[in-house]
Design a protein around this ligand. Structure first.
Ligand code: HEM
Ligand code: HEM
Ligand SMILES: [Fe+2]
Length: 457
């Protein structure tokens, strides 16, 4: 940490972890409902829990991205954040809007649109909030002495994410048209502009942790941005197969979405190549482990498991089944949850001045959560494939099939317990750092051992 205002990132990170914990609680409510223990049903029915689970996910990830931006942008731009007070106000208002939205879901006040359940009047508060964030970060970057590719890619990702929120606010009566624009938000976020955010943060972490020259890393970043846009924009078509849009989307969606894994493969190769090139001598090894883990798990969850059901001939059978939930879990985890956790692991010792890198708890947190998530994905895969066979091929009734696959959710819950243990350890490790201090500012540089010399090219 070089700048005092970077400390604000800590509060975004802490909020993200609180919201993540709450997300898991709602995951368990659904998991237990799935195996017959739906005791909370009168107060929190499955559909409410589902909306809360996925919305909390999006909000904690956004909190994590914003925290990352508050840490990265001042350092890359080489100046303090423009309006620190605004950052605090913006975080608090974001949390307030989030809590109001979640409260609404418990009283059945919501839009029936998966992921975009937030009542429309609240959308306007989100818009004001995000504008405040973008202005603060944007002016800091603009007035800064240095404009790096990494910071510009990160900023562009955040800016486009905000712009792409708007199509979701259109009010239309036609179901097909509504769905058409809903995907501009949902798909173009995770398979478009969020990839820029991920790429930007990953590039920053690799520059810091491997010591490889910035030019080399940023050249890769251009390639990844190119691949993302080339495939991801028209790849939206893989959601237009069966919603009432013209037939040509079968071809467009199939071809372009099949290219999407290339961007994730690029990121995995990029991260591994850079860590090999630079060696692993940076003392904060756990942050590098999370960064590499992120690139690899994103490829598996988004690239590989996305490819598994993206062709129209396959999606015809798998659409809207637990195969989708299988892919959704590992993709969100690998790409976006892990990049946020990697960023926190890197920033925390610098913010607090505590050299708690590479402790046993930190390592256990990484492995337990990842093995847990892999097992959860496996359980959902078995349940999903069984569902596809019984329901879509043999033609059994939906509810009869749900009963058949109930037992797979026992395995799923066990895996989720392991995963949750990993997250609990991560949070314990987070808390052991204590609060951010100004003293950490002066100690940040001397924390690096003398033999840590970044390699030249
Ligand atoms: C990190 C990136 C990604 C994330 C976070 C992600 C997450 C998700 C989620 C949550 C859904 C369910 C959406 C809904 O029904 O509202 C979904 C659907 C889908 N994803 Fe991804 N995804 C990612 C990347 C990819 C990639 C690269 C591909 C293709 C290669 C892909 C293929 C699909 C397909 C075909 C569906 C539709 C499933 C259905 O018809 O029910 N995804 N994804
Ligand atoms: C304790 C851990 C967790 C449990 C027990 C859990 C459980 C569940 C359940 C039961 C569903 C509903 C599936 C259905 O429709 O039947 C669900 C949906 C979902 N969860 Fe989780 N979850 C957990 C953690 C996570 C994490 C860490 C993430 C992301 C990083 C995540 C992302 C999602 C997504 C994106 C969906 C919607 C999938 C879709 O659109 O089909 N969950 N979760
Ligand atoms: Fe998509």
């Amino acid at each position: 940490m070089k700048y005092r205002t970077q400390k604000i990132a800590y509060w975004f990170f802490a909020s993200a972890l609180v919201l993540l914990s709450l997300q898991l609680v709602y995951g368990f409510i659904m998991g237990f409902a799935r195996v017959g223990y739906d005791t909370l049903h009168p107060w929190i029915p499955f559909n409410t829990a589902r909306a809360v689970h996925t919305n909390l996910l999006v909000v904690w990830l956004l909190c994590g991205f914003m925290g990352a931006a508050h840490f990265i942008i001042p350092e890359e731009a080489e100046r303090e954040l423009e309006w620190p007070w605004l950052a605090h106000a913006q975080l608090i208002s974001l949390l307030v809007v989030g809590v109001i939205a979640i409260g609404c879901y418990h009283f059945n006040i919501w839009e029936g649109r998966k992921f975009l359940e937030i009542p429309r009047p609240l959308d306007w508060l989100v818009v004001v909030n995000v504008l405040a964030f973008l202005a603060n970060i944007g002016v800091t970057l603009w007035r800064g002495t240095r404009h790096t590719t990494t910071s510009l890619v990160l900023y562009m990702g955040l800016l486009f994410a905000a712009l792409l929120y708007l199509p979701g606010m259109l009010q239309v009566d036609n179901q097909t048209v509504d769905s058409f624009y809903r995907w501009w938000v949902v798909h173009l976020w995770v398979e478009g502009v969020w990839e820029l955010i991920m790429g930007g943060i990953l590039a920053y972490l690799l520059i810091k942790l491997t010591g490889v020259d910035r030019e080399v890393i940023e050249k890769w970043l251009y390639i990844i941005v190119g691949l993302t846009f080339l495939s991801g924009i028209l790849g939206t078509g893989h959601h237009y197969y069966f919603i009432g849009t013209p037939r040509y989307w079968l071809w467009i969606g199939g071809i372009f979405s099949a290219l999407e894994p290339l961007a994730f493969l690029g990121m995995a190769i990029f991260a591994i190549a850079m860590s090999k090139k630079g060696g692993r001598r940076h003392p904060n090894r756990i942050a590098l482990t999370w960064s590499l883990g992120c690139a690899v798990m994103a490829f598996v969850g988004a690239g590989f498991l996305g490819m598994a059901h993206t062709l129209p001939s396959v999606n015809r059978f798998t659409h809207g089944t637990l195969v989708t939930a299988m892919h959704g879990h590992m993709a969100f985890w690998g790409a976006y949850a892990m990049i946020v956790l990697a960023m926190i692991a890197y920033a925390l010792p610098l913010l607090t001045g505590r050299r708690l890198w590479d402790t046993p708890i930190a390592n256990w947190a990484f492995w337990t959560s990842n093995i847990g998530m892999t097992a959860m994905t496996g359980a959902l895969a078995v349940a999903g494939i069984t569902q596809v066979n019984l329901e879509r091929r043999i033609g059994l009734d939906f509810l009869a099939v749900q009963k058949e696959i109930e037992m797979h959710f026992v395995g799923f819950l066990l895996a989720a317990a392991l995963f949750t243990l990993g997250i609990a350890l991560y949070i314990v490790h987070f808390c052991r750092h204590g609060l951010p201090t100004d003293e950490a500012l002066s100690r940040a540089e001397e924390d690096l051992p003398a033999d840590w010399v970044p390699v030249a090219k």
